[in-house]
Design a protein around this ligand. Sequence first.
Ligand SMILES: [Ca+2]
Ligand SMILES: [Ca+2]
Length: 421
Amino acid sequence: MEKRFARSFKKVLAGGKVTFVVLSVLIFIFSSAPVFAANPASDPNNTGNWKVNWTFTDEFSGGKYDSHRTAKWNYLNTNWAGRNPAMFHENNVRVSNGLLMIDTINHNMVNNGSFEQNNLTSWSTWGTAKIAVGSTSKQQKPQEPIYRGKYGIQLSASSGASQYISGLSPNTDYKLILYGRNINGAKISCSVKNYGGPDKYAGIDSANFKLATIAFKTGSSNTSAHIGFSNMHAAGTVYIDEVAVVKKWIDGQEMKGDYYYTAGTLRSRNLTSRGYYEVKMKVSASCTTSSFWLRNPSTQEEIDVVEAVGRSIFDADSRYHMPTNLHAFKHDLHLPQTIDTGVDLANGYHTYGVEWDANKIVYYFDGVPKRTIWMSSVAWATDFSQPQNVLIDSEIFSWHGMPDKGFSTTLYVDYIRAWTK
Ligand SMILES: [Ca+2]
Ligand SMILES: [Ca+2]
């Protein structure tokens, strides 16, 4: 034992050269760490003389340059409340322990209200009620049998469905919302009863999906309500989807229209231009999106660096995918391309970057270039000389699935960094 130790010790002494190399490597690693942090992945040696642009850079660590909710970021999007049915909410954007966290929460009090369980569990039905199956296409048409996701409910003549909703707060404003369409002589009636006030009704008579809303306020001691919908006529077919009971006000913000989730966003207050932009984040392990992009607020050109879906309900491989895109909406130009990263993006932190210059747009994953769009190949390339906002958010893409009642998820962001010249 002793002998072996002595021999090893001698080896170390004799290996002075080796020690020198090891030390040099260590010194290089430690000394180069801040250099890497200060340079864009597109130019690690900074031959282009890039500078960190602190207006769009945030480590979310509470330091000098972290000004979440102040000079740097809006926590709401001034001209967009969020993709329905998820409404951006200030409280869904949090910062602690060096991380930005964006929550997405389903506030629906209805069980199986989107029918995405592919059954009628939790519903009492009469007549002939059954599951309707849709296409999960990205742009669902109003004349499809479902409104969002993949499933809805279909009612034949003189049929209906109802559900007792429990867990409501007394003396509180709620609304029932649902989408319906009726064909071949059918007619839709929906109702809210037993909530502590008079029975309330609304109707839909439309061949395309249309929103119905019934506002109601629970009584001073009522914590439940009875909701229902039916095909009143002895003919035709009714399709219903997206049934929700949601508080009118959630933490001081009114839930408008058909919104019943809350989600979050950060949007830079200032416009930026060409440069290298990067986010380091852990994608939400759900069917919601984790997105980082740039966009011109008036002319609407958009560089989507990533719109990741950590766990699509309809696509098991979504967890590996980094969907990128380039949009010039006013010219209907869209250049989507999905990068297969080969790793589960919801399992850890990864960097997603874009180099935006006059000649090209290059998408990076973990510091490696993965896709290049040459401006010379793009119609309307000059539009991408316009300044853009930097944005991050979480949305519901219904074509990746509709999470059920009680759903809550979080997107974790370590930093957003920007370099410009
Ligand atoms: Ca549905
Ligand atoms: Ca951080």
